[in-house]
Ligand binder design. Structure first.
Ligand code: 5GP
Length: 191
């Protein structure tokens, strides 16, 4: 998605060797116009798959997932990272190692919001080592739901997530694919 690549080049900041900071438009301040176009791109890709539900992980996946859900006119469920008084029982859970926080989180979705009749589209902001998508896929499988694919805003194809998700047999559609970071500059994969 050309517009996303241009925005990453303009506003993204490379941190160290493998992290991209995009909090100017994606995961702190959010550009809803760009986000809507992302939802439309995911819709175009998966519209023939009879999607019944969009699933993601809080918090950075929520904005692109909501816009995707709006295009499909289907509900969006975001996995929670912390249990609370209102989210305690009857959960599907998975362990997810966080790439950016370097800690393991349990993510949970209530059994009330996912079942074997669902055809789910996984949405997330980044694909790095693939742990978030893997955890969401484990939850969908535990519910007996069918996974139609994963829509990723930014894939860092130099990390191992893509091959892990390919091995799981999940179709991935990424809006921007980053081949490398070179001297603080983002190099994209050719189309
Ligand atoms: P994975 O589970 O694929 O290893 O990592 C994906 C998750 O880690 C995403 O949900 C995202 O929040 C976070 N993440 C991974 N790489 C980056 C990055 O380069 N920048 C930011 N801002 N978040 C990232």
């Amino acid at each position: 998605m050309k517009e996303l690549e241009e925005r990453i080049s303009k506003d993204g900041r490379v941190i160290g060797t493998d992290v991209l900071k995009v909090d100017n438009f994606l995961n702190h301040q959010v550009d809803p116009v760009l986000m809507k176009k992302m939802g439309e791109e995911f819709y175009k890709e998966f519209k023939d798959q009879n999607v019944t539900k969009i699933i993601t992980v809080e918090s950075s996946g929520i904005a692109p997932a909501i816009m995707t859900g709006l295009c499909f006119e289907k509900p969006v469920v975001f996995a929670r990272k912390h249990k609370s008084l209102t989210l305690k029982d009857d959960l599907y859970t998975a362990d997810v190692y966080s790439f950016t926080k370097q800690t393991s989180n349990k993510i949970s979705i209530s059994r009330a919001f996912l079942d074997s009749s669902d055809r789910v589209l996984i949405i997330d902001d980044f694909l790095a080592n693939g742990q978030a998508v893997k955890g969401l896929a484990e939850i969908a499988e535990a519910a007996g739901a069918t996974i139609v694919g994963a829509g990723i805003v930014i894939e860092k194809s130099f990390q191992k997530g893509r091959s892990l998700v390919d091995e799981l047999g999940i179709k991935v559609h990424s809006l921007a694919r980053i081949k490398a970071f070179e001297n603080g500059k983002v190099i994209f994969e050719e189309d």
